[in-house]
Design a protein around this ligand. Structure first.
Ligand SMILES: [Zn+2]
Length: 437
């Protein structure tokens, strides 16, 4: 039989007074930082590591480290001065644009299992991407949806690729060109629509700064089918799939059916638009967003990784288009490295809260890490943070608080700066110390 363990009052008082077991925290001093050299090769390995898109595939067991990204877009309707080529009514066009973007976001929130290869077990991961129609705050009344009337380059000629790649509309009508993807809704020429031989299908192009969707207005008037005897049309839901395809290009994705897109989970195939009686389209129809098919509702893990690599890496055109939602601390967004866990961060990352390394844990940061304003990194006693050839900073041009090191009677938090490690924009900077060779 054992006695219940109750600490005597005198022992409790003693512990309280002597502070045994308590941990004190203070911002790191030069003496607490361990500086280590690395070979030059590590630098190169690090670049390779941080640019590996596989490191950006969301890990569903810790999705908080893979926050949803919001990409800024605006919408332009280009029409002739008679207003006979594209949506004639601006309000109707505006509603179409809003619904199209809402539908595109709905597809992005609802990733589907891949059709191909038949029998595949490719994971269906969250895409973690949304679009936001972005107004120009310098223009009063602006809502990010624009109308242009010209008799010059108001149309796309489906038989002439040069009209598709013509950047005249972007050069002349583009708004917030650097930080917003400009989407142009281009009609067929009215003469083309009247021609029986002209292919009136939709099409498009996605470049790093702008997108064109062509033939959308004509298509929106065509019947797509019937539900309970009522016709429905190729409305915003259909244009939304095309929008996702073209923005897929903007975010760096390639077609999958006939090219090497850098992904093992997007097989090559015959590029059937939909199922039909004739082989090979009787059983092998892709639903991947980057093929020409009617579904365009599946993004593979590799494609999601490619998108998020470009949205995360410093200096890409894609990253410029992001809503910067990591500048300030957000409630509930603190991150902890669990007790005795050992973790490597091998991707460009932004946190939205504090980072705490629990007792005995080990975190290696290999790529640029951004901390929000007023946030701090807390290293508990016995935990180790290694910053290896990486920079921890605030990428919003602001400051972050700094690194606190916990000390108790038994242990101290460890901070190791290895190779070309940099701590920038700290409210509580650590005094420089020269590495002794
Ligand atoms: Zn394409």
């Amino acid at each position: 039989m054992t006695k219940p363990t109750v600490l005597p009052i005198w022992l409790l008082l003693f512990l309280l007074l002597t502070g045994c077991g308590t941990t004190s925290y203070q911002f790191a001093t030069a003496e607490q930082v361990r500086l280590e050299n690395t070979t030059n090769k590590t630098d190169i390995n690090n670049l390779r590591r941080c640019r590996n898109s596989a490191h950006y595939i969301p890990d569903t067991s810790q999705l908080y480290l893979y926050p949803e990204r919001t990409v800024k877009i605006n919408i332009h309707f280009v029409n002739n001065t008679d207003r006979t080529a594209n949506f004639p009514d601006e309000e109707q066009a505006r509603q179409f644009a809003l619904q199209m973007v809402a539908d595109a976001n709905r597809y992005l929130r609802d990733n589907q299992p891949m059709h191909l290869p038949v029998g595949n077990t490719t994971p269906v991961l969250p895409i973690r991407l949304q679009y936001q129609i972005t107004r120009d705050f310098e223009k009063p009344g602006d809502d990010g949806i624009y109308f242009h009337y010209t008799d010059k380059y108001f149309f796309n000629d489906h038989k002439n690729q040069r009209t598709l790649f013509n950047r005249w509309q972007y050069d002349n009508y583009g708004i917030q060109k650097q930080e917003v993807i400009n989407v142009f809704i281009m009609p067929h020429h009215p003469d083309s629509v009247r021609s029986a031989s002209y292919p009136k299908s939709t099409g498009g192009v996605g470049t790093p700064h702008w997108v064109k969707l062509t033939g959308v207005y004509y298509q929106s008037q065509q019947k797509a089918g019937e539900i309970d005897g009522n016709p429905y049309y190729f409305g915003p839901w259909f244009a939304a799939r095309l929008l996702n395809h073209e923005i897929g290009h903007t975010l760096g994705l390639a077609h999958t059916w006939n090219t090497n897109d850098g992904c093992d989970d997007t097989p090559r195939h015959a590029n059937c638009w939909n199922y039909s009686d004739r082989p090979p389209c009787h059983e092998e129809v892709s639903n991947n967003v980057m093929d020409y098919n009617t579904y365009k509702n599946a993004y593979t893990p590799c494609q999601i990784g490619q998108i998020h690599y470009r949205l995360s890496a410093d200096g890409t055109t894609q990253r410029e288009k992001l809503v910067e939602d990591w500048c300030y601390r957000q409630p509930g967004m603190d991150v902890e490295i669990g007790r005795n866990d050992s973790v490597n961060w091998e991707c460009f990352r932004e946190l939205r809260g504090n980072l705490r390394l629990k007792k005995g844990s080990h975190l290696n940061v290999y790529c640029r890490l951004s901390m929000p304003k007023n946030a701090k990194i807390i290293i508990e006693p016995g935990a180790t943070l290694v910053v290896e050839d990486a920079t921890i900073t605030n990428t919003c041009g602001d400051t972050w608080s700094g690194i606190e090191i916990g000390t108790n009677r038994k242990a101290e938090g460890q901070l190791v700066l290895r190779g070309n490690a940099q701590l920038q924009q700290l409210d509580h900077p650590i005094p420089q110390k020269v590495i002794s060779e």
